[in-house]
Ligand binder design. Structure first.
Ligand code: FEO
Ligand code: CA
Ligand code: CA
Ligand code: CA
Length: 657
């Protein structure tokens, strides 16, 4: 996210999540990776020329116990731009662009669906293009800043390809665009509208006569910053550190997501710390609060001025109710969202759930510079657990990843009484370990990473991929990139192809960037990209990569980002390493959230925060909300809006093929 603040700078010099709050001495990933890569270069008897080992890297030359299935010969990606060539990618790459437009390959068509402010019911309150919808109206409309998303088909077979529930996150709000008069004066009504624009929308959509539209639905609902919630798992709602001045409610900064085998949606609380603040000069954060990035100013939302709930000095435990994974049943609008505390408390980017040996395994990155990658392994068969009336997400073990120099890795358990997590070291119980997950991970020696974002599992061979969006870099021997402004994608293979395993082997799938600025990057005009974030595999094994270049860097030569231009989505063939740019978004946006219908012939992609304050383009204001972008309405009196875009082939074929 790029949190907007007012008053103060229109865009932060750097994003808050690009600042580490990890004071531990744990080794960074770059340190480990550089050692590993240096060793591999030495094994090959050559220099560490990046192209050879950074793209579709082969672990076969390294001293690893069991080469992962993705071990393929290193080399350049197959030449892109040849539709019909063998491989998974059959579209012509889209050029980079600085246009205020959403561009797809020839042979594809798009339709804008559910922009911010669309009523959940066709009879609901209509969007007001001057931003004057009230908080009560926003409660019945699609939220702002669309992010992670899933399509739950309704109806059997072909029916499920043209009708279903779109469930999507609304990560944060751009307050300059949310209110007609901007955020300079903060009021209770504005806080209420902002809270109503956060959370999750459940909306029924249907294709009628070739056009997707919102239809009246008994499932339509909003989960917002004020929706009553439950807590489950080792941390009870009655826990002393969760007692606050208000009832348990709300989910905030819902970034990416997950889907369970039993058909529920998981929404993840990422930069929740930024909403809290105080004017009390006597307040200062505890070490626990500082580790989670809590400070008096927050990200500049200033909600605490109008709502005591967000005042850390007056309601200090409220923030302990955030940082969780929240389960929502999309087909039961009456069911309360449940915060699943066994999955830990951190800045969850997403929560990718897979099954292995009958158990559920949930992968989750903690997106802050220098933070960690986690996985939760359920206890016992998930079907049996559910038959016993227990949630498979309430019982199990949370692990954190350590990446070794030699291409191996270990999952370290965060279990009270195990290793350093003992009473003698000040840990009270498992609830304490989970409330302070980051510090527990520090204690066991997890590996610091360059901002872990989405995680995706290849359905063809079970390799796990994780975007590391960018980082400031950490001390180490011959780091591949310190700092790492462009990010990379790491992947690993769990031992025995079993996601419950506690060891793995890893390599780097691709190093992002622009070879004009970094000669170690093996990309070209058809696929240069930076700051990978969203990541998703379709059922045929295509890897979809979405980018989130911060608006403090996007389009700027001074940051090495002018050639890469606007944020984009690319597709990769993990078997060959080939990558092609599939779409480019409008100005100021990021591309995040992607899913298809089961037949893969309709794709839904989210455009988040078009028109946000940008170092390259300027800043929206109440007088001119269109200063950066006017996508998608291009109404001379309107304002830019996040939206879902429907993408189809004009010949009705499979997307990407
Ligand atoms: Fe919400 Fe880490 O992006
Ligand atoms: Ca962002
Ligand atoms: Ca993200
Ligand atoms: Ca991001």
């Amino acid at each position: 996210m790029s949190a907007q603040s007012a008053p103060g700078p229109v865009f932060p010099e750097i994003d808050p999540d690009e600042v580490s709050s990890n004071p531990s001495g744990n080794r960074s990933f770059q340190d480990v990776a550089s050692t590993f890569l240096s060793r591999r270069a030495a094994l090959r008897g050559g220099t560490a020329a990046a192209a050879g080992f950074l793209v579709a890297g082969s672990l076969s030359g390294a001293a690893v116990a069991s080469p992962p299935a993705h071990a393929v010969p290193a080399g350049k990606p197959a030449a892109p731009g040849k539709p019909g060539s063998r491989g998974l990618l059959g579209f012509a790459p889209v050029p980079t662009s600085t246009d205020d437009a959403f561009t797809v390959p020839p042979g594809y068509e798009t339709q804008v669906l559910i922009p911010w402010g669309t009523p959940l019911s066709p009879r609901g309150p209509q969007w007001r293009k001057d931003g004057s919808n009230t908080a009560a109206e926003q409660e019945q409309q699609i939220g702002m800043n669309h992010d992670g998303m899933h399509f739950f088909p309704l109806g059997k077979g072909r029916e499920g390809n043209r009708r279903g529930l779109l469930v999507l996150n609304h990560e944060y709000v751009d307050q300059e665009l949310l209110f007609p008069d901007g955020p300079a004066e903060m009021t209770r009504e504005k806080v209420a509208k902002a809270l109503a624009a956060h959370g999750v929308s459940v909306v029924e959509v249907e294709e009628r006569k070739g056009k997707w539209q919102v239809v009246e639905s008994r499932y339509a609902r909003k989960v917002t910053g004020t929706t009553p919630v439950e807590f489950s798992g080792p941390v009870k709602v009655t826990h002393p550190e969760l007692r606050s001045n208000n009832a348990p409610m709300g989910t905030l900064n819902n970034c990416s997501h997950g889907v369970t085998p039993w058909g529920t949606y998981l929404t993840c609380e990422e930069n929740w710390n930024g909403y809290f603040g105080t004017e009390d000069p006597s307040w200062s954060p505890t070490p626990e609060q500082a580790r989670y990035g809590i400070n008096a100013g927050g990200f500049g939302y200033r909600w605490h001025l109008a709502d005591e709930r967000f005042d850390v000095a007056r309601n200090g435990n409220e923030l302990n109710r955030f940082g969780w994974v929240v389960e929502i049943d999309p087909t039961n609008p009456k069911a309360k969202p449940v915060k699943r505390t066994a999955l830990g408390r951190f800045k969850h980017e997403g929560c990718t759930v897979v099954e292995s040996r009958g158990r559920v395994v949930a992968y989750s990155g903690d997106d802050q510079d220098g933070d960690y990658i986690y996985k939760f392994v359920g206890e016992g068969n998930w079907r049996t657990q559910r038959a016993l009336g227990r949630s498979p997400l309430d019982h199990g073990t949370l692990y954190v990843a350590r990446f070794e120099d030699d291409g191996r890795g270990t999952w370290l358990p965060l279990r009270f009484g195990t290793g350093p997590l003992t009473a003698g070291n000040g840990w009270k119980d498992q609830a304490d370990v989970l409330i302070r997950t980051r510090q527990a991970a520090d204690a066991v020696g997890a590996t610091k990473m360059d901002r872990p974002e989405w995680i995706a599992v290849n359905p063809k061979n079970k390799d796990v991929y994780c975007t590391l969006t960018n980082g400031t870099g950490w001390p180490g021997e011959a780091n591949p990139r310190t700092p790492n402004p462009y990010g990379h994608i790491i992947r690993w293979a769990e031992k025995g192809r079993d996601h419950t395993a506690t060891t793995f082997t890893w390599d780097i799938f691709v190093l992002a960037g622009d070879p004009a600025y970094d000669s170690s990057v093996d990309l070209n005009e058809d696929n240069i990209f930076g700051s990978p974030d969203g990541l998703w595999f379709d059922d045929e094994g295509r890897l979809w990569i979405q980018t989130d270049i911060s608006n403090s860097s996007q389009n700027l030569a001074s940051r090495g980002y002018d050639n890469i231009a606007n944020n984009a989505m690319l597709a990769a063939d993990p078997r060959t390493g080939e990558i092609r740019r599939f779409l480019v978004g409008p100005r100021g946006c990021e591309i995040t959230g992607v899913i298809t219908t089961p037949d893969r012939r309709t794709m839904f992609v989210n455009v988040q925060h078009p028109g946000e304050a940008s170092a390259a383009w300027g800043a929206p204001s109440p007088a001119n909300p269109r200063a950066v972008s006017n996508w998608p309405d291009f109404d001379p009196q309107g304002r830019p809006r996040s939206a879902t875009v429907v993408i189809r082939r004009t010949d009705g074929g499979i997307i990407g093929a």
